[in-house]
Design a protein around this ligand. Structure first.
Ligand SMILES: [Ca+2]
Ligand SMILES: [Ca+2]
Length: 265
């Protein structure tokens, strides 16, 4: 039996924010034993926790409650490793929201927006194994921090240009030079722009001969045909993106600059 002093210290340790790394919300995600997991199957009894992993010999689930309450609507980082894969798929579910289906061995990481339940469900079968389930979060974006890297287009660093006739980055701006096809300039965020916060997106249309400029972040922004600096607020919902895109319409000849995304609330 633990002492009350130890219980109190454990309580403090759980509540104390700090640099000690994010807490795994899933106890025994390493399957050292079957403790805490409830397993379902089709009656064959071949879904088992053994040899330090969860193995699905048939379709079924293993589930447990998280050890701290999930906040509905916020995003959590979900990681796990699939091994022994022979067929079908594995899919994590957190708080009632399904993650992506995985049909190969590998270590996976994804963001899942928690729904109203407090349960993690390992949904898989047959035949594959799962191990090292780690759920951390909620993933927060800091306030008033610039999320776009090199949004001033001092160089092409960090940007991927797309389209049949892509734009170019030169002279400190992003330049569309005509030709068919939407011109995209995309960056994958190193800071996950997630949670239920509000984001402010700004860019400048420096000059324009034809076409319109727009951004894509949590959906497409308004097309802008007149030079100026434009700001829109976006709220991330169920569908979210970890990319920032500045773009021009097919046939556009224009220049853009100063692309910025910040969480403001
Ligand atoms: Ca293990
Ligand atoms: Ca610039």
């Amino acid at each position: 039996m633990r002492s009350r002093a130890l219980d109190f210290r454990l309580l403090l340790a759980r509540r104390r924010p700090g640099p000690a790394g994010p807490e795994n919300l899933i106890d025994n995600g390493t399957f050292d034993s079957a403790a805490g997991w409830t397993i379902t199957d089709q009656g064959g009894g071949t879904n088992i926790i053994a040899d330090g992993k969860l193995t699905f010999g048939e379709n079924g689930t293993a589930f447990r409650d998280t050890n701290s309450p999930l906040v509905e609507g916020l995003f959590y980082q979900v990681e796990y490793t699939v091994s022994d894969f022979e067929g079908s798929a594995f899919q994590a579910q957190l708080g009632g929201t399904n993650g992506l289906a995985r049909s190969a061995n590998g270590t996976y990481s994804e963001l899942i927006r928690a729904g109203p339940t407090q349960t993690f469900v390992a949904n898989g079968g047959p035949v594959l194994s799962v191990d090292d389930i780690v759920v951390t979060g909620p993933v927060e974006t800091p306030l008033n921090v610039e999320l776009v890297v090199n949004g001033g287009f001092d160089s092409a660093d960090g940007w991927t240009l797309g389209g049949a006739n892509p734009a170019n980055i030169s002279g400190g701006t992003l330049n569309a030079a005509g030709g068919s096809g939407t011109k995209t300039c995309t960056q994958t965020s190193s800071i996950h722009p997630v949670n239920a916060g509000t984001y402010e997106v700004t860019f400048t249309l420096v000059s324009r001969v034809a076409g319109t400029a727009f951004f894509s972040f949590a959906g497409s922004g308004t097309g802008r045909p007149v030079p100026g600096t434009y700001t829109e607020e976006r709220v991330i919902s169920d569908t979210f993106t970890q990319t920032f895109t500045l773009a021009a319409t097919s046939g556009a000849t224009l220049s853009m600059d100063n692309f910025s995304v910040k969480r403001i609330a």
